[in-house]
Design a protein around this ligand. Structure first.
Ligand SMILES: CC(C)(COP(=O)(O)OP(=O)(O)OC[C@H]1O[C@@H](n2cnc3c(N)ncnc32)[C@H](O)[C@@H]1OP(=O)(O)O)[C@@H](O)C(=O)NCCC(=O)NCCS
Length: 185
């Protein structure tokens, strides 16, 4: 396995991924304070102070070595503006497994940017990092996220009924995953 890995920017045709910076605060706050963006996220819309705290944490997260290590790079457009983020966490080194997640500003949705950004991370995961399996956990009502998983070739592996207490009610959880062999294929 190619761990430890120190963050290096990833470049696609229309988006690139690099670490968040203090001057991303306005853009990230606009996204993470939006109730529509947060509807299926584990957190409620965030205050500016909370986003500032998260930004400081995520810009310092530059190394993947052990289970629990994560990076949360900015998805940037051609002008370098932060339009979203990708979450990527090593969940097991023994099983060479990671979790992936995503969010985009509403104005950036519907252009395939999340797909391109996630594909950059999956190329890294199954290439340089040598991982075996990457999965996403989501609320099955989150149709845009389900569609993204399917567009990436992730398989629907599980549907846990009323798996968690979520924002005042029981909610289901869906698991989607892709193996290295499937990604290469
Ligand atoms: C989940 C989320 C990232 C998906 O964003 P998205 O823009 O729909 O995803 P993609 O990047 O795959 O883009 C696909 C859309 O772009 C369209 N598109 C336009 N040009 C495209 C291109 N060149 N290439 C690919 N898709 C293109 C596709 O047709 C599709 O639109 P459709 O859904 O109307 O069919 C977004 O809805 C989001 O941030 N939601 C809020 C946060 C959230 O819930 N995150 C997930 C938690 S599990």
């Amino acid at each position: 396995m190619g761990l430890p890995w120190n963050f290096a920017p990833l470049h696609g045709d229309r988006v690139h991924l690099d670490l968040p910076r203090p001057d991303d605060l306005d853009a990230l706050f606009a996204i993470q304070s939006d109730p529509e963006v947060c509807r299926y996220l584990l957190y409620e819309p965030r205050s500016r102070e909370k986003v500032q705290e998260v930004l400081a944490r995520d810009s310092a997260g530059t190394r993947l070595a052990e289970a629990g290590d994560f990076v949360q790079p900015a998805i940037r457009d051609a002008e370098g503006r932060l339009i979203g983020t990708i979450y990527f966490k090593i969940t097991s080194t023994e099983d060479a497994t990671a979790e992936i997640g995503w969010l985009l500003a509403p104005s950036a949705q519907g252009h395939g940017y999340a797909r391109e950004a996630a594909a950059l991370m999956l190329d890294l995961a199954f290439g340089e990092l040598g991982l075996h399996r990457v999965y996403a956990e989501l609320d099955p009502r989150n149709a845009a996220s389900v569609a993204l998983c399917l567009r990436l070739g992730m398989r629907h592996e599980a549907h846990f009924r009323e798996h968690m207490w979520f924002k005042g009610a029981w909610a289901d959880t869906g698991i989607y995953a892709v193996l290295a062999s499937e990604w290469r294929g």
